[in-house]
Structures are given as C-alpha cells and as structure tokens.
Design a protein around this ligand. Structure first.
Ligand code: MV4
Length: 453
C-alpha cells in the first residue's frame, strides 16, 4: 500500500528534493529541523514540521530517538533519510523497523554487510566482480608490510568501516608505512570507533566510475548506467557526468551486468550505487558500495528520465520495478556542485549570508537548492549551496550549456566553487574527456581560481 505520510530525516536541498517527490506522489511530507533551520525552505515546503534539537547535528539530525519520535507522533508510515546524516546507519534502520516505520532504503542487514568495506569486497569477489588488488580483509601492520612489498608502492591504507575519505592514506614508501598506518588507524578510530585498516594497490591514473541501480523485492534489478566522478578534491566531488567519456559500450554493458549479478547475490533492495575504479588498463575494479541515494543522482535522472526518489518511495511501499535490465538513456548530463568554500584557501568552508542568489534558467537546466536570497549558510552542516544539473544531446553541447548556466548563476555574499568549476570546464583535460582522479590536483597550479588572490 502506498504511504499517506512520510518523514524526511534531512535538511537542505535533499530534503526539498524528497518533499517534492512525495507531493508528486500525493503523499504528505513531515519535515524535521534543528533550531538553526527554523525558517529553512524544507520546513516551509513540508505539510508539518517537528523541531528535533539544537544546531549541532549530533544533537538533532543524528539523534535517532528524536527522529523516530517525530515520525511516530505525526503518524508517518515511512522515513526517507536523504544522504549523509543517518542514511547509512543500520542502527537507524533497525530503530525504524522496531517502531513499525518503513525505512526508504536497503534492509539493515544488507547495509551492515556492505557498509563494512572489507565484507563488501568479500561478497563482490564471491559474485565474480573484479576488485582492486590488495589484502584479503583487515590487516595488521605486519600483514600490510608484506602486502605492500608484494604489490609495490604506492599503496592505499583504507578504513574498513566509514567513508568520505576519512582514515584513507596513500603510503609511498616502506619508511612511511608505520607512521601512515598509525595515523590512518587513529583517524578511523576517532571518526568511526573502529581503527581496522585494509590495504589496496594505488591505481593510477584511475577514474572513479559508479553504477546506479534500483532493486525491487521480487529480485528485479534495473541499472541506470554510470556516473563519472573523477573530478574530486578531498573526496568531495565537484563535477559529475554521465555517460563517462572513459567507457566504451562493451565495458559499460559488462559493468552493468556485473552489478546486476552482485545485487542478486547480496539481496540488494531500493536505490544503491556501486563504485569502481577504471585502471590504466581500462579494466574496472570494485572499491565500495553506497547504500543510499547520492548527491549526484540527478545526473542519472537526466539521462534516463527516471525519478530516483519517486522510485525509492514506490519500491519501499512494496511496488515492483516496471523495467528490468539496463534502463534506456539519452544524451549527456553534467552536474556541478556549488559549495560555499574558498578554493584559494584550501577549500575552507565559507559560511555566511547569501546576499544575492539568481539561479540560471532555460532549456536543459535544473537547479537543486534550498537557497534563497538572504539565506544563511549555517556553519554546522555541509556547505552545498546548489547543484546545477544540465542536459543536452551531446557532451560538447552539454558542456557549452553548463558554461552558460554557470555564467548566468549569481551568488553574492559568500565565496563559492563556481569559478573553479568554470575553469575546469574550460580545461583541455575536461574538454577532451581525458581526465583522472589526479587531474584536479594537477590543475591546481594552473587555474586562476585556485591561486590565492
Ligand atoms: C582509490 C584510488 C586509487 N587507488 N583506491 C576516493 C574516494 C573513495 N570512495 C575511493 N577513492 C579512491 N580510491 C585505490 N586503490 C583513487 C580514489 C580516488 C581519488 C583519490 C585521490 C584524489 C581524488 C580521487 C578521486 C576519486 C577517487
């Protein structure tokens, strides 16, 4: 049975995005907010709103009992977590289950198995998916030293749990290994309460390419193709596009078939993303799975015409996928994340008041934002101002349209990543589609927007 009322356990542009999808399905939306977000657009747009605590996320958006209570007291049947905050927290999924609330996402045990990156790799190996070479599971310093000697430097030390680049470290030589191990382990322990590490060979040059899926409870799997996310800094993506200029049709089909097989093996449900690195050999190697809707999901929506949030809600309500296999797609989509950050100061967050906000309009342009003129960007949460998503028939046309849209965008009062994105779009590397996970760092010395004023 389709829901009549759903709680949105998030804030900002993604909460707005989810409320819109709910309204289009004829479902009432209940917002939650911290006292810093009392006047936020997601609160205004929802049918009801519940205050869940003070500004720090640990006392509001991350407080499981407060959110479950908000859903119960307002008579919600389901909860959409958005991304970030509690979206990949199996304890939250269990708390929803225990209160008879449908969690709009994968089951707790799937999330638990895939959230542990070592176990995720084990399961993917069992499904016959190629992995990035490295240790079979968590490794202590001695095992890491042996594996590094075998694989050859540089190597990546990665936290078994967690993500977002925390507890990840490149080690370039034997004499850096001990201190690198201690530092990565301490960082992982502090961030996730678990200092376990595993080792991978560094693939370089590599491209970060991820496959979007939707899975129903009858075993139906739909793959929506890939998103290329190699333009990142500090593991924050700046530009995403689909299709990836690095994939030929054969490799793309192989990746989608592999992911569909993996989803069947692990019993995946709802929306998810499987991250791969394309190595210098052109081969694909699994790195991790994301058991949530992602920031960059509109890129896949643009090329497939499928509303991922609507599908998430339908699937959570027990409906089946109308399509299975590989979703048909058309044209090219690019997303630019506009963050209130100062690229010339190491991307330091630049919170403040947005004194001017004029989003671009026109054909093929979508803006996902919770900004209005006069909005405050609070220092407590992430600094995303807006996502500019552009579609056109071909990659060159989509790039030209993205440049036009970014040129039309006006954000005043805070420093943003807009100029950096324009510089990257203008670069020969991006224009040629010939870029990798190291390109942004390499451009750093050359781009005007990355040099201190
Ligand atoms: C890697 C890698 C190269 N080799 N692992 C970054 C985010 C996380 N989900 C996985 N990431 C990477 N893992 C191995 N074995 C390259 C990345 C990577 C990256 C690294 C440095 C700077 C930018 C990057 C952008 C995308 C992926």
């Amino acid at each position: 049975m389709m829901f009549t009322r759903v709680l949105v356990a998030n804030r900002g542009e993604i909460a707005v995005r989810v409320v819109r999808a709910l309204h289009e399905l004829g479902i009432e939306a209940v917002a939650v907010y911290s006292t810093a977000d009392r006047d936020a657009p997601h609160v205004e747009l929802a049918d009801q709103a519940v205050c869940i605590g003070p500004p720090p996320a640990a006392e509001s958006y991350l407080r499981i009992p407060n959110i479950v209570a908000a859903a119960e007291t307002t008579g919600c049947e389901a909860v959409h977590p958005g991304y970030g905050f509690l979206a990949e927290n199996p304890a939250f999924v269990r708390a929803c289950d225990d209160s008879g609330l449908v969690f709009i996402g994968p089951p707790a045990e799937v999330m638990e198995r895939m959230g542990d990156k070592v176990r995720a790799k084990e399961q993917m190996r069992a499904a016959g998916i190629p992995l990035v070479p490295g240790t079979d599971g968590v490794a202590g310093l001695d095992a890491v030293r042996r594996a590094a000697q075998e694989a050859g430097f540089p190597v990546f030390l990665k936290a078994a749990v967690g993500g977002g680049g925390k507890g990840m470290r490149v080690v370039r030589s034997e004499d850096e290994l001990e201190s690198g191990y201690a530092a990565a382990s301490a960082e992982a322990e502090a961030a996730f309460g678990d200092g376990s590490l595993y080792l991978e060979k560094v693939l370089s040059p590599a491209r970060h390419v991820e496959i979007q899926v939707l899975c129903d409870a009858e075993g139906g799997v739909l793959t929506l193709g890939e998103r290329e996310c190699s333009i990142q800094r500090r593991h924050q993506k700046l530009i995403e596009e689909s299709p990836s200029p690095a994939l030929d049709d054969e490799t793309r089909a192989e990746m989608e078939t592999a992911v569909a097989r993996a989803c069947a093996t692990i019993g995946y449900r709802n929306a998810g993303t499987f991250e791969f690195l394309l190595g210098p050999d052109g081969g694909f190697h699994f790195i991790e799975a994301n058991c949530r809707l992602q920031v960059e999901h509109p890129v896949s929506e643009a090329v497939t015409g499928i509303d991922l949030v609507r599908e998430q809600v339908r699937l959570a309500a027990g409906e089946r996928l109308e399509l299975a296999g590989r979703a048909p797609r058309r044209g090219h989509a690019i997303e630019i994340r506009i963050n209130a950050e100062d690229p010339a100061r190491g991307f330091a967050p630049a919170p403040g008041t947005v004194t001017r906000f004029r989003p671009p309009l026109g054909a093929g342009v979508r803006i996902d934002t919770a900004m209005r003129e006069g909005s405050e960007i609070p220092p407590y949460y992430d600094s995303l101002v807006a996502k500019v998503i552009v579609w056109d028939e071909t990659r060159p046309a989509a790039i030209a349209r993205t440049v036009r849209a970014l040129s039309d965008l006006e954000v005043g009062g805070v420093t943003t990543t807009r100029e950096l994105a324009l510089d990257v779009l203008a670069s020969q590397e991006f224009q040629g589609g010939d870029y990798s996970t190291s390109t942004l760092a390499e451009l750093q010395g050359r781009l005007p927007s990355l040099s201190p004023a």
